[in-house]
Design a protein around this ligand. Structure first.
Ligand code: GRF
Length: 214
């Protein structure tokens, strides 16, 4: 399966996905990485791995729809079949999201539906939760919504700051996103009535993958 990865920044999840695709027998490969920011550090991550990159600078587009059309054009030209958002900080138009319905994943650094949006780790600390984590889900037009493929739990520890907590969650993201991607590229994760059903071993079919905190 040909994968397109959308980034805006440092690209640590991109790196985890690239490494997953390099595993023997992995049934996906990254055909294109697109950044909406020309200086995104993740572009160098892709280039170092020999993965094709494109920059589509949103500042050059006056309308969201024209940016999204260019993004769609680049992805289809590269033969992309599945889009992975990995720290992509642009809201996509409903039209784009519908074109990639059930073929676009996102990773969010909280246990959705808790803490959608930004500043999630500070908000988790402010709320006093003891467990947070990360979620991989299929993308829907509403931000940080959509059928959940996989979640990992991460404890909030005494003395945590937003920085220490975000690093612990990021470590979990780097494990979870490749696991979720593997299920999707092997077509073992399917959306049924807006919930993900996963074929775990040919006999066991169940709900989203859950990775407990270690
Ligand atoms: C991650 O925390 C991801 O969950 C969120 O943005 C961050 C991207 O980090 N959507 P990176 O660019 O993958 O390092």
């Amino acid at each position: 399966m040909r994968i397109g990865v959308l980034i805006s920044g440092r690209g640590s999840n991109l790196k985890a996905l690239i490494e997953a695709c390099e595993e023997p027998g992995f049934r996906g490969r990254i055909a294109l990485v697109v950044s909406n920011r020309p200086g995104a550090a993740g572009l160098a991550v892709a280039e170092a791995a020999g993965v094709p990159t494109a920059v589509i600078d949103h500042k050059e587009f006056s309308m969201r729809e024209t940016f999204d059309a260019e993004l769609h054009r680049a992805l289809t030209k590269a033969g992309v079949e599945l889009v992975c958002n990995a720290g992509f900080m642009r809201i996509l138009s409903d039209g784009f999201v519908e074109k990639w319905r059930d073929r676009q994943l996102n990773i969010h650094p909280s246990l959705l539906p808790a803490f959608k949006g930004l500043h999630v780790h500070q908000r988790a600390l402010d709320a006093g939760v003891k467990i947070t984590g990360c979620t991989v889900h299929f993308v829907r037009p509403e931000m940080d919504e959509g059928p959940i493929v996989a979640q990992a739990a991460v404890p909030v520890l005494p003395g945590d700051t937003a920085e220490t907590l975000s690093q612990r969650v990021l470590d979990a993201e780097h494990k979870l996103y490749p696991l979720a991607l593997k299920l999707v590229v092997e077509e073992r994760a399917r959306v049924v009535d807006e919930h993900v059903r996963i074929d775990y071993d040919g006999a066991t079919v169940g709900g989203p993958l859950f990775v407990p905190s270690s």
